[in-house]
Design a binder for this molecule. Structure first.
Ligand SMILES: Nc1ncnc2c1ncn2[C@@H]1O[C@H](COP(=O)(O)OP(=O)(O)O)[C@@H](O)[C@H]1O
Ligand SMILES: [Mg+2]
Length: 579
């Protein structure tokens, strides 16, 4: 609760005025039956128009004040809760932006989305409801009871006698419904993630003709949600007629006993109508309270999930950097006894005691089977992950001692799973450097062999890419990503299997242009094909998280069995393909 203080503080006045205005409305609600009784007793029964007009005016005035209280209360309630949620969402989002890959791996993207949208809305709704009901429900209950007692204590005792039954029913309802409503929240989550997964992966699903399977998965989640909702609402549905029965029974008793009092002249007729209204108010307030408690069960579950996001401290920060102002100047890289695992407490390390020196301006190839740790190795350079043991140095300085900004400004990494955003090609490339001129952009696009096909498009660089860059081919996408990475003019350029969908001839062109234009840039090229790295200054052969070979192509052909194996297997394929 304490953590939420800072979201309440800026809107404290709304948080206070809202409930107070609701009390104004309640006061009016309680006064109205009293005026009504007076109209009947002092106006209608003795036929006095003047009294009717007098109390009629009182009632209009009360209604006007209630209107102001009600709308004002709703306004401040909405203002407080909407602002609260917006600020909370902003902080949660800012924290997610700081998340390391490791943090994101733990939550899953889908769950982060649900927490920042659905869950926060759930909390917002609860706050809004609380602000409006918190004082209103108990206020109405107590107010109506007091008025009933003042009006006719003997009759009020009848109502009081029935109260335990009502409250008992409500407690039973809450006891059964509370856990069911909480279960509802987890089922909604499940459905959300199922829908998100199938919609984002619709291309894969269609190409594997897995539509039926996805449909089944959806139907299961949807069915689960339906069952759970039905179970939750069944409790409420059974409770409603029961409550109505108690209400009618109470009314009947009041009319019975009240009628007797009227006959003997102990009670004016008007008081009876007022009394019945008070009973309704008492019941309504009890119902409101129980609904409030049930709604809050879901909001509490949501708040817990939001807290998890806010409380997660990123495990990669530059708070302890020794040289926060230092910028990378030459771009040499060194791995010293580096060991890394994704799951800190179990299994074999993904990188095992890696030692590797890369001079600035060098071109280094990395070859190795899938899962051998290539991507992981290069991820450590830009501190996407931190090593468990050993250190990674850039320009001879531990990467942890740079500010993250300065380090990442110097390192461009074209990821294996690269993404383009919706927007034009130009906008996408500018991502690498906001202030880049059109000439600069064309220049890097030429190096990445993208200028040719982009200018071939009807709208050239203004061509709009759909979300995720859907309307360019895989190879074109890769070339655009390389151009974007080059625009940053990085000291260290990492291409992680970034030309896998580009044909060999184009790939060769990109490489030779890169060597010419980015002479001082350290280039690390991860590749499947040996042809992609054959003329690198040195090639690293990774196997199962360990370096099993290091040298030029010729050196490795003489010394490294694993390398030779890869080479010959690829030669065979080429011969087959060409033969
Ligand atoms: N985010 C991750 N969480 C857990 N394990 C991972 C993650 N990324 C990769 N791995 C595991 O680490 C190993 C090395 O993966 P990776 O570096 O991607 O290999 P490569 O790029 O050589 O194919 C593999 O066993 C892979 O399953
Ligand atoms: Mg990889």
């Amino acid at each position: 609760m304490k953590r939420y203080g800072k979201y309440i503080k800026p809107y404290l006045s709304a948080f206070i005025i809202g409930p107070i205005l609701m009390v104004v409305e309640v006061l009016g609600e309680i006064m109205l039956p009293k005026f009504m009784a007076s109209i009947i007793n002092e106006g209608v029964v003795p036929h006095s128009t003047a009294v009717i007009v007098k109390y009629g005016l009182f009632m209009i005035l009360t209604a006007a004040i209630m209107f102001i209280g009600g709308t004002g209360g709703a306004y401040f309630g909405a203002k407080a809760s909407i602002n609260f949620a917006a600020d909370l969402r902003k902080d949660a989002f800012a924290n997610v932006q700081k998340f390391s890959f490791n943090n994101i791996d733990k939550f899953s993207t889908g769950s982060i989305v649900t927490r920042l949208t659905n869950d926060i809305t759930q909390v917002q709704n609860m706050i809004n409801m609380m602000l409006r009901m918190m004082l209103r429900a108990p206020g109405m209950l107590i107010g109506a009871l007091i008025m009933a007692f003042i009006m006719n204590a003997r009759l009020a005792v009848v109502v009081l006698a029935i109260m335990p039954l009502l409250i008992g029913t409500i407690i039973v309802v809450i006891k059964f419904a509370f856990p069911r409503f909480q279960a509802l929240q987890t089922k909604i989550d499940k459905l959300n993630s199922t829908v998100r997964e199938s919609v984002t992966n619709v291309r894969v699903i269609k190409s594997f003709v897995r539509g039926d399977f996805e449909q089944e998965k959806f139907e299961k989640a949807n069915g689960d949600l339906k069952e759970t909702s039905l179970k939750a609402f069944k409790v409420i549905i059974t409770a409603m007629p029961l409550m109505a029965f108690f209400m009618n029974a109470t009314t009947l008793l009041v009319v019975w006993f009240g009628g007797k009092q009227i006959i003997v002249g102990d009670m004016p007729v008007g008081d009876l109508t007022a009394f019945i209204t008070y009973i309704t108010q008492i019941l309504t307030s009890l119902l409101m309270s129980s609904m409030m408690i049930l709604q809050s069960s879901r909001a509490i579950a949501s708040a817990k999930r939001i807290n998890e996001v806010i409380d997660t401290k990123t495990d990669i920060s530059d708070d302890d950097a020794l040289y926060p102002d230092k910028v990378v100047s030459s771009g040499s890289v060194e791995f010293k006894d580096v060991t890394f695992r994704y799951y800190k407490h179990s299994g074999e390390p993904v990188l095992n005691n890696i030692n590797l020196k890369i001079e600035s301006g060098e071109t280094v190839g990395i070859i190795g089977s899938t899962g051998s740790g290539k991507t992981t190795l290069v991820s450590l350079i830009a501190r996407l992950y931190d090593p468990d043991a050993g250190e990674v140095l850039v320009d001879g300085v531990n990467v942890k001692d740079y500010s993250l900004y300065n380090l990442r400004e110097a390192v461009s990494m074209v990821l294996q799973k690269n993404v383009l955003f919706s927007g034009s090609i130009l906008e996408n490339l500018r991502w690498g450097k906001e202030e880049a001129t059109d000439e600069e952009i064309r220049e890097v696009a030429k190096i990445a062999e993208a200028d040719g096909f982009v200018t071939g498009f009807k709208e050239g660089y203004e061509t709009d890419l759909g979300q995720g860059g859907v309307n360019v081919s895989g190879g074109q996408k890769q070339r655009l990503c390389i151009a974007r990475a080059l625009l940053k003019n990085p000291k260290i350029l990492i291409l992680d299997d970034s030309t896998s969908a580009v044909d060999t001839a184009t790939e060769r062109n990109i490489r030779s242009k890169l060597t010419k234009t980015n002479k001082d840039t350290t280039k690390i090229i991860i590749a499947q094909r040996i042809s992609s790295v054959i003329d690198a200054d040195k090639i690293v052969v990774l196997d199962d998280g360990q370096i099993v070979g290091l040298g030029t192509h010729d050196e490795l052909m003489n010394s490294c069995e694993a390398y030779k194996e890869i080479y010959y297997s690829q030669m065979d394929k080429e011969v087959m393909a060409n033969g």
